[in-house]
Each structure stands twice: as structure tokens, then as C-alpha cells.
Ligand binder design. Structure first.
Ligand code: NAD
Ligand code: NA
Length: 397
């Protein structure tokens, strides 16, 4: 079928298989161009492997360190006349390229929060790899069904305590408005968000993997967090999602205890703000990202997911010094948080309006990245050609 983008707000309802493949190939080329990662991972499990930081982690491990990878995700294949999700097509392309390069790659599609998918993953590790030496935890989800109690939790994106008013942009139209968000009314909104995006499921994964004997000696595990600038604190770091990130970060200590007898170590890496399916859903953040892109591109220090993850692996996780901050976190948001960068973004933030946004921000770059997530707006792809919506993930056939 011919597949064009169809959007509803910050969601794109269609994805382009060949475009997604192009996206994956570009990321692979980037990782290869950086050369081999010294003492990198060899057998890797990526939970949340199909898009964003998780996909970039999988590509960095495979093409930067010849790693065998198992990817877990929640995606939909296409059916006749109806395209599948971008993460499905990304994975199809990733597996094709990995196989061509002689690298093991298999994938599991299902609810990573469930005991069943954990069990399936462990069986696959036992059967094919024996053990894994790196576990990347990169889930982003609006809901989680608790595997022990069956309770279904939904996360919310709200401030805590005070009403929050700030600028936001509709990135399709460039219209800048003030958005006003009420704080949570109930503690349960905070608890539910922690239940979905906090550290419990990461801990459950590590407990189950350990109990099954599939963690190698010296195993590493990493999960991803975000801090960002003060202007987004009310909606991000001091909001409900921030409470979940605090919980995720606190889980490092628990997991380090679990991994002690394996000589293992766990980390949280604080990553840069980037356009992904998850971040486009957060109010205020897309406007911040548009201004941040402008400033970082001008300074020649802009990075996308793949640049971030390749650097995380080569210069932090597998370097002699992971360069932890005072809270024990890896910081690959170091360039975003540079004082000169933040000062310029703050200045632009005060100035930005509907009238000047196209010139003082990189809204165009934001939009392009958004459409690229779904395989659209790549040069060299003819979007008027028939496309194969039935493209399969080889290992899930
Ligand atoms: P993303 O939406 O691109 O990726 C989410 C992944 O989780 C996908 O592979 C998806 O299939 C998978 N997933 C979701 N629900 C699932 C389920 N129930 N079972 C199995 N798989 C499931 O998101 P992202 O932006 O790459 O986020 C990954 C992590 O990085 C999150 O912890 C996020 O908070 C963090 N982070 C994001 C940013 C940013 O700006 N995007 C910045 C710093 C940190
Ligand atoms: Na991800």
C-alpha cells in the first residue's frame, strides 16, 4: 500500500516500513563510523528495544561491539492495508542488518511487565545465549498491569502541589500558547505513576534473570532517566514522572545488592531530551526541545538517540571511569545541561512566540525528527511508491 503520515496530536497513526529501515540503517552507519567499543558487551538483553533510546542501545551493542542481542518490546505488525507500528518495522530492519553482519538477533513481542514475557525471555536466553552480560532497561509506557496483584496502573503527567502555567507549542502548527495544568488531586496519581515508570519492574527483571542463572559474572544493567532544566521541573522532575524517576534511581542500590555475588553493577544514565514517541506526549517539553536543538546545533554539540547511546557505551559504561555524579548517576545529559547552553535556552524561552518560533527555535528540526520516528521525511525514499506493510520481524515469524 501507499503509506503517508496520518497524525492525531502528538501521535502518528501510520509508519513507513522502508523509512523505518532507513532510520535504522543510518543509526548502524553512525555506530560503525565510531569504531569498536573497547571491552564492550557481548550478550545483551534490551527491554524496550524497538524505538528511542532502547533501539539505539541495541544498535550500539550490536554494531559497536559485535554483541548478540535479544530485544523485548510491545509493537504491532502490519496487516493487509494497515501499517504496523514503527517499532515493529525498526526491529524487522535491525534483524535483517544484524543477520547480514553475522550477528545473533532475536526479539520478543509482548508485555514486558508480565511474568509470562519474563519467562519467555529467560527461556530464549537459556536456549541461545546461556547468559547475558548487559541488561538495558528502556521501557516507556503509560500503563502497567502489576504481575503479582493484577492491578492495572495508569501514569499521569502532572505537577505536584502547585498549579503550573507555562508556554507550550503545537509542533504541527507552531502556535505557542500558555498551558495551565492542575496539580494532582490525589496521592494515588503519584503512586500510580511510580508503579508504572518507577524501578519495581526493573528489579523484578533482575531478580528473575538472576534466579534463572542467566546473568553472567560481571553483568551490567542500565536504566534511563531525565532531569532537564528548571523551567520543566514542575511538569517533569518535580512532577509525578519525576517521582517515578526518583524511585527508578533509588532502585540502583537495591539492584547492586542483588548483583553483588555476580560482581555485577547497575546504573541509571541521565540522558538528553530528545524527540521520541514518549517525550512528544509531555506538555512544554517539545517547545523546550525545539529551543535546545537550535542552541546545541549552533554550538555543534547536538546529539540524537544514537549519538547518546554510542557515547554512553564507549565513554561511560565500558570506559574505565563511568564519571558518576554526586548522586551516583551517569550523565550523558552533560552537554544539554552546560551552563552556556541553558542560559541561551532560557533567554530564548522568554522571547519565543508564535510569530518568531520558526526563526529562533529549531521547530523544523523537531518536526523532522518526529516524522522520522515513523519512517517519514527521509530523503531517497519515494513516499508515493507502494510499500510493504506486511514486512515481518524474521525471528517472530
Ligand atoms: P520510546 O517510547 O521510544 O520507547 C519505549 C520502548 O518501550 C519501546 O520499545 C516500546 O515498545 C517499549 N514498551 C512500552 N511498553 C511496553 C510493554 N508493556 N512491554 C514491552 N515493551 C514496552 O521511549 P524513550 O524516549 O526511548 O524512553 C526510554 C527511556 O528513556 C524511558 O525511561 C524514558 O523516561 C527515558 N528518557 C527519555 C528521554 C527523552 O527525551 N525521550 C530523555 C531521558 C530519558
Ligand atoms: Na526505548
Amino acid at each position: 500500500m501507499i503509506i503517508q503520515p496520518r497524525t492525531r496530536g502528538f501521535i502518528c497513526l501510520t509508519s513507513h516500513p522502508e523509512g523505518c529501515a532507513e532510520n535504522v540503517k543510518k543509526q548502524i552507519e553512525y555506530v560503525k563510523s565510531k569504531g569498536q567499543i573497547n571491552n564492550g558487551p557481548k550478550k545483551v538483553l534490551v527491554i524496550g528495544a524497538s524505538t528511542g533510546f532502547g533501539l539505539a542501545s541495541r544498535i550500539s551493542a550490536a554494531f559497536g561491539s559485535d554483541a548478540a542481542t535479544i530485544g523485548v518490546f510491545f509493537e504491532k505488525p502490519g496487516t493487509a492495508g494497515r501499517p504496523g507500528t514503527a517499532g515493529w518495522y525498526n526491529t524487522a530492519a535491525f534483524e535483517t542488518e544484524a543477520t547480514k553482519a553475522g550477528l545473533y538477533a532475536k526479539s520478543i513481542n509482548g508485555d514486558a511487565f508480565s511474568d509470562e514475557i519474563k519467562k519467555q525471555t529467560i527461556e530464549l536466553i537459556k536456549q541461545d545465549l546461556g547468559q547475558v552480560d548487559l541488561v538495558v532497561y528502556s521501557l516507556a509506557s503509560p500503563r502497567r498491569t502489576h504481575p503479582k496483584t493484577g492491578v492495572a496502573y495508569a501514569s499521569v503527567l502532572k505537577p505536584i502541589g502547585e498549579h503550573f502555567t507555562n508556554k507550550t507549542v503545537d509542533f504541527h502548527t507552531g502556535v505557542v500558547t500558555n498551558i495551565s495544568i492542575d496539580p494532582v488531586k490525589e496521592q494515588s496519581d503519584i503512586d500510580n505513576t511510580i508503579a508504572v515508570m518507577g524501578g519495581e519492574d526493573w528489579k523484578f527483571w533482575i531478580e528473575d534473570l538472576k534466579a534463572a542463572g542467566v546473568l553472567a559474572d560481571g553483568v551490567k544493567t542500565v536504566a534511563y532517566s531525565y532531569i532537564g532544566p528548571e523551567l520543566t521541573y514542575p511538569i517533569y522532575r518535580n512532577g509525578t514522572i519525576g517521582m517515578a524517576k526518583n524511585d527508578l534511581e533509588a532502585t540502583v542500590a537495591t539492584i547492586n545488592d542483588l548483583l553483588k555475588d555476580k560482581n555485577g553493577v547497575s546504573y541509571v544514565s541521565v540522558n538528553k531530551a530528545l524527540v521520541t514517541q514518549s517525550s512528544s506526549a509531555i506538555p512544554v517539553v517539545p517547545l523546550y526541545i525545539s529551543l535546545l536543538y537550535k542552541v546545541m546545533k549552533e554550538k555543534g554539540i547536538h546529539e540524537g538517540c544514537i549519538e547518546q547511546m554510542q557515547r554512553l557505551f564507549a565513554e561511560r559504561l565500558y570506559a574505565t571511569d563511568a564519571q558518576l555524579d554526586s548522586e551516583g548517576r551517569i550523565r550523558v545529559d552533560d552537554l544539554e545541561m552546560r551552563e552556556d547552553v541553558q542560559a541561551e535556552v532560557a533567554k530564548l524561552w522568554a522571547e519565543v512566540t508564535t510569530e518568531n518560533i520558526e526563526s529562533i527555535s529549531d521547530l523544523a528540526g523537531y518536526r523532522k525528527d518526529f516524522f522520522n520516528l515513523f519512517g517519514f521525511e527521509f530523503e531517497g525514499i519515494d513516499y508515493n511508491q507502494e510499500s510493504d506493510e506486511l514486512t515481518q520481524v524474521e525471528s517472530i515469524k
